[in-house]
Design a protein around this ligand. Structure first.
Ligand code: SF4
Length: 311
């Protein structure tokens, strides 16, 4: 509860004389056009572009935040432009972007701006992508699901203790978000940034995979990302490649079908292989796709349906 004069934890809302105002609405501090693979979303409209916006603000306090200059700032502390929902949709159209991505900082902190934009985008035939820490109540998430096409949600660890220490967040709310997205039939992918000393325990990864399989099934892609020293963890070494490769093997041995390694250019674990016949379906070199063997949503070799939205 915010008393008059208080500011929210995410720093972008204030209680002014008893009314809650969003200072982020229509005020993006970042506007980019990105390849969708950068989100990362590997199983949703490959090679399409995402008109990407962010305002300042986040509900978490990750010690390793890559975007801390905006996620941990107040709206007036960062240069921003005025871009209201209709203008976002117009610019996305002009740039031939298939989607609008709400990304970089934490989009739940500018929920009102996001959902107004997403509703207009839906009417205009543009997809909505939510890139998030997943910390959101079920009510607003269900509202969002009505206009959402795909999401990438961070599963930062499988320990509430680590969530508190590393992220200033809580685990259960994030798990609930995955369950809701799954129940609502939204395409989503999961990202786990492997921070050395915090999130590199194979036993925890095994438990995390067990929860994913039992609750969400084997088909939602999982990305293990390499950590690079940043923000308050600038003295840690990057994640060793062997750790990422081991986690990928472990997750696949547990039964998750599509497991990727990210933040390592041109590693073969960025490619998609058919979970049935094991043949190469999508070869990724940076953001280029020189090989693509999915036809009508299925493996060109054995006809197995590949989870995702491919056209
Ligand atoms: S949730 Fe994302 S944007 Fe927010 S502090 Fe953590 S890494 Fe940064």
């Amino acid at each position: 509860m915010l008393a008059p004069g208080d500011r929210s934890v995410c720093r972008s809302k204030i209680n002014k004389d008893g009314t809650l105002y969003s200072l982020a609405y229509g005020n993006p501090c970042t506007v980019h056009i990105d390849p969708i693979e950068k989100k990362p979303l590997f199983h949703f409209k490959p090679l399409s572009m995402a008109f990407s916006i962010a305002t300042t603000g986040c509900s978490f306090r990750c010690l390793n935040c890559q975007n801390w200059e905006i996620s941990q700032a107040k709206p007036h502390e960062v240069r921003h432009s005025e871009l209201f929902p209709d203008a976002v949709v117009l610019q996305a159209k002009k740039s031939n972007s298939a989607s609008i991505a709400y990304t970089y900082s934490e989009a739940t902190t500018y929920f009102e701006y996001m959902i107004d934009t997403a509703r207009l985008a839906r009417q205009a035939g543009i997809n909505n992508l939510w890139i998030s820490n997943g910390f959101i109540n079920k009510g607003p998430l269900l509202e969002l699901c009505k206009v959402l096409n795909a999401a990438n949600v961070n599963l930062k660890s499988y320990s509430d203790d680590i969530y508190r220490k590393l992220n200033g967040g809580r685990l259960q709310s994030v798990l609930n978000t995955f369950t809701t997205l799954h129940e609502q039939g939204i395409h989503f992918e999961m990202t786990n940034l492997v921070v050395p000393g915090y999130v590199d325990d194979p036993e925890m990864v095994k438990k995390m995979c067990g929860w994913i399989l039992t609750t969400l099934g084997p088909d939602h892609p999982l990305h293990f990302l390499r950590f690079f020293p940043k923000y308050k963890l600038d003295r840690l070494a990057p994640t060793p490649l062997a750790t990422l490769e081991n986690f990928r093997k472990l997750a696949m041995a547990e039964g998750i079908r599509y497991v990727y390694i990210g933040n390592i250019p041109n590693h073969e674990a960025a490619n998609t292989w058919c979970h049935n016949c094991k043949k190469l379906l999508v070869e990724r070199l940076g953001y280029a796709i020189p090989t693509f063997n999915i036809k009508s949503g299925a493996c060109r070799f054995c006809g197995t349906v590949i989870p995702g939205v491919w056209t």
